[in-house]
Design a protein around this ligand. Structure first.
Ligand code: HEC
Length: 182
């Protein structure tokens, strides 16, 4: 009975939605007005064209990120970005969590930096600058070489050390069975 009422209600919702023109696709102008940036998914969908280089990323990092994340990403006053050990263990202190030891996908780094950093001036980085920063941060975390170009094709292929944390624990059948998030 409850199920039937729910189905009826959702059909009614759909009908009303159609009647009031809900769910219209957003126009490009409106998206720009709201400063929406498309999401970048773990498999790389949504990544824009462009290419990042470690050296250039280091220059941008020093100028726009180091004041909050430390000269080499060691953290302070805010989050540590460059990590040891690889990957985290149950004994790792949450303050040690960083890109190299608990980010499961490299593409998320692109999405996050473009959307949320630098803190206080979010959205000010160009797509190209974000690629440079991602290249630099992956290199600093020991995940890529100094000459690995970071782009639409290479970034989704990078296997992050913390990817294995997403595998199900064979005993508990849970992900992150021992992890306390910071
Ligand atoms: C004014 C200070 C400030 C600046 C400048 C800044 N950040 Fe951040 N950053 C933060 C804060 C605060 C957080 C934590 C935000 C949260 O947890 O919601 C953060 C979080 C991050 C994280 C996620 C860390 C994690 O593992 O959870 C990344 C990656 C990052 N910043 C990259 C950058 C990059 C790249 C730049 C330079 C373009 C930058 N930040 C500039 C303050 C800053």
């Amino acid at each position: 009975m409850v199920k039937r009422v729910l189905i009826l209600l959702s059909l009614l919702g759909l009908a009303l939605g159609a009647r009031y023109g809900l769910g219209t696709p957003i126009s490009e102008d409106l998206a720009l007005q709201y400063d929406l940036r498309p999401a970048v998914l773990p498999d790389g969908r949504g990544l824009p064209p462009g290419e990042g280089k470690v050296e250039e990323g280091g220059r941008i990092y020093a100028e726009k990120c180091a004041s909050c994340h430390g000269a080499s990403g060691e953290g302070y006053p805010f989050n540590r970005l460059v990590a040891e050990p690889f990957p985290i263990t149950p004994d790792t202190e949450p303050v040690e969590y960083a890109i190299g030891n608990y980010w499961p996908y490299a593409t998320t780094l692109y999405d996050y930096i473009r959307r949320a950093m630098p803190f206080g001036a979010e959205g000010s980085l160009t797509n190209e600058e974000v690629y440079h920063l991602v290249a630099y941060l992956l290199y600093m975390n020991g995940i890529t070489d100094a000459d690995t170009p970071i782009n639409q094709t290479t970034l989704p292929k990078i296997r992050m050390p913390a990817r294995e944390l997403l595998d199900l624990d064979p005993e508990t059948k849970r992900r992150f069975p021992w992890l306390t998030l910071p």
